[in-house]
Ligand binder design. Structure first.
Ligand SMILES: CC(C)(COP(=O)(O)OP(=O)(O)OC[C@H]1O[C@@H](n2cnc3c(N)ncnc32)[C@H](O)[C@@H]1OP(=O)(O)O)[C@@H](O)C(=O)NCCC(=O)NCCS
Length: 133
């Protein structure tokens, strides 16, 4: 039985371990504990899945609770993947913040989001520091 929670405390160490065990660690600053601590501190909606005391998955989001939620990380540890935990985490986010979710798919998850009902947006844009003209 998996327990789902909103705002249950997650330490940087637990989160780094989850990122690494899901595969998403390749694309997040897992070697910078301070950055991970800030990522956890400033996200304002964190849905988590727990197998007892083991963090099995998380959706780390920023939301205004009215119009839009940006889901920055969605990850499930490898041995727990494809058991519906990713979808349940997104359902948990939508219950807490019933508005549009926006996200960038990691390369390995590009086929996941259309499969579970997401629509690809033809006009999504990003910019990095230093790129603004
Ligand atoms: C992508 C991820 C979050 C999906 O979570 P999950 O709990 O494994 O997926 P679910 O059980 O909710 O899957 C729902 C459906 O999507 C399918 N699916 C899961 N991962 C998929 C993928 N990468 N590509 C295509 N389909 C996928 C499942 O097979 C399932 O379909 P089914 O019901 O017909 O069997 C998880 O696999 C993960 O953490 N991957 C590594 C990190 C990553 O890439 N995260 C995305 C960042 S944007």
């Amino acid at each position: 039985m998996m327990d789902y929670a909103i705002e249950r405390r997650v330490t940087p160490e637990q989160y780094i371990e989850l990122l690494n065990s899901s595969g998403l660690g390749e694309r997040r600053p897992v070697h910078d504990r301070q950055a991970i601590a800030r990522m956890l501190e400033h996200a304002n909606l964190l849905a988590t899945a727990w197998d007892g005391e083991v963090l099995a998955g998380a959706a780390r989001c920023f939301t205004d609770f009215a119009y839009v939620t940006y889901c920055s990380d969605l990850c499930v540890r490898r041995e727990c993947q494809r058991q519906g935990i990713g979808i349940e985490l997104l359902r948990t986010v939508l219950r807490a913040a019933p508005c549009r979710i926006v996200l960038l798919a990691a390369p390995k998850a590009v086929d996941y989001y259309p499969r579970i009902g997401f629509t690809q947006h033809p006009s999504a844009w990003t910019i990095l520091p230093g790129e603004l003209v």
